[in-house]
Design a protein around this ligand. Structure first.
Ligand SMILES: C[S@@+](CC[C@H](N)C(=O)[O-])C[C@H]1O[C@@H](n2cnc3c(N)ncnc32)[C@H](O)[C@@H]1O
Length: 373
């Protein structure tokens, strides 16, 4: 997936589009196939149907197998443009990127946080701020092979690899662009115990019982089928091996001073994520999800972040740069969709930042689950 932040130079973007025209034309000109595939897309996936309705000119479809429709969305996801063209270009001869394969297993292309530079910085701030709280008890023995799933830009990878320098990590993500950044981060930090690979959780290119441990952080919340993901991961885990899953739960956020607008702004993020097929309240579901997927000895440990002026690093790293930045990131979508008006949204964000002042406080709970195969 190729993503461009609004800051990207217009000349570069126009050049990309010009290059891509030649690749997309043959598919677009296949009008009858395209409309048949679009019809199938609509019936196969309600989210695609909604997207087709909202962005009729921004959907390209093709079907190159009898029974499946592939859809590429070229949608503007405010505030960042989510653009699949580049990936499409690379893969036009084979299949479109797996994001585009319709099915309940796949993360929506409407990934609520996007893949912008700003979001990469937020993920790094989040991981760094929460290192002690979330990772202190995750240590892998020398010689063990660990699969990190949905590594993103490598924010957790460098912590894992640093804490367990003699374990070997295979870190995968569906986004080639995030992987490139993760690779850069790991190289910069001098880690030689991590390799990266582009792969889809639902189509893992590994033998059964291949890994000693699996680590998943902030990924299940974005998947329409987290139970299916956990089952897919169970297959590649050795008998006796462990899975560690860390997720948040936006319903666990409370703060002082309380604010109706701030609570509504958080609810917008919850609603938008649900609309995109995810569940930002997933933390509270980890126990049943793991147990039902077939893991044994499941244990969930809630990890509360509490920030007040006596903990300035948490106020800055969590209240401002992790949580409020995350909510703020969906502002345009929330307003565009009429979930909140612009003034109420601004008041909500202002009130969230207000909790980072000297007399403010902020609480949020993460859930860290472990289970065995
Ligand atoms: C919120 S980011 C979390 C990244 C990282 N784990 C962290 O905590 O900083 C979610 C990541 O999951 C990846 N992802 C989503 N669906 C995936 C799938 N089906 N297979 C592999 N990775 C996926 C996304 O590309 C994204 O990088």
């Amino acid at each position: 997936m190729v993503l461009h932040s609004p800051a990207r130079r217009p000349a570069a973007r126009n050049r990309d589009r010009a290059r891509l025209t030649s690749h997309t034309a043959p598919i677009a000109s296949c009008a009858s196939s395209a409309s048949a595939a679009a019809a199938r897309a609509r019936s196969a996936c309600p989210r695609a149907a909604a997207a087709v309705r909202q962005h009729p000119t921004r959907i390209m479809t093709r079907h190159d197998r009898k029974d499946r429709a592939y859809v590429t969305l070229v949608a503007t996801q405010n505030p960042y443009e989510v653009d699949l063209w580049g990936e499409h270009e690379k893969r036009a001869a084979s299949t479109l990127p797996p994001h585009c394969l319709l099915g309940e297993n796949l993360m929506s292309v409407d990934y609520v946080h996007g893949y912008s530079t700003k979001e990469s910085a937020r993920l790094t701030d989040q991981a760094t701020t929460l290192t002690e709280l979330l990772h202190a008890d995750t240590l892998y023995p020398p010689g063990s092979l660990v699969l990190e799933v949905g590594c993103g830009v490598g924010a957790q990878t460098v912590i894992l690899a640093g804490n367990s320098p003699r374990a070997a990590f295979k870190s995968i993500d569906i986004s080639a662009e995030s992987l490139a950044e993760a690779r850069r981060q790991a190289q910069e930090a001098g880690f030689t115990n991590v390799t990266f690979q582009q792969a889809d959780i639902f189509d893992l290119p590994f033998l059964s019982a291949h890994f000693d441990h699996v680590f998943v952080c902030f990924v299940l919340e974005h998947l329409p089928n987290p139970a299916g993901a956990l089952q897919a991961l169970l297959r590649v885990l050795k008998p006796g091996g462990s899975i560690t899953v860390i997720e948040g739960d936006h319903g666990s956020a409370y703060f002082h001073p309380d604010s109706h607008h701030a609570r509504r702004a958080i609810q917008c993020l919850i609603d938008l994520q649900r609309q995109a097929g995810g569940d930002s309240l997933i933390g509270r579901r980890l126990y049943p999800l793991l147990a039902q997927a077939g893991y044994r000895d499941v244990y969930v440990s809630p990890r509360m972040v509490y920030a007040d002026a006596g903990r300035p690093a948490l106020v800055d790293g969590f209240t401002r740069k992790t949580f409020t930045a995350m909510v703020e990131g969906v502002g345009e979508q929330a307003v565009d969709q009429g979930l909140m008006d612009e003034a109420s949204w601004a008041a909500g964000i202002r009130d969230l930042y207000r909790t980072a002042k000297d007399d403010g406080t902020f609480c949020y709970t993460f859930f860290k689950a472990q289970g065995l195969r």
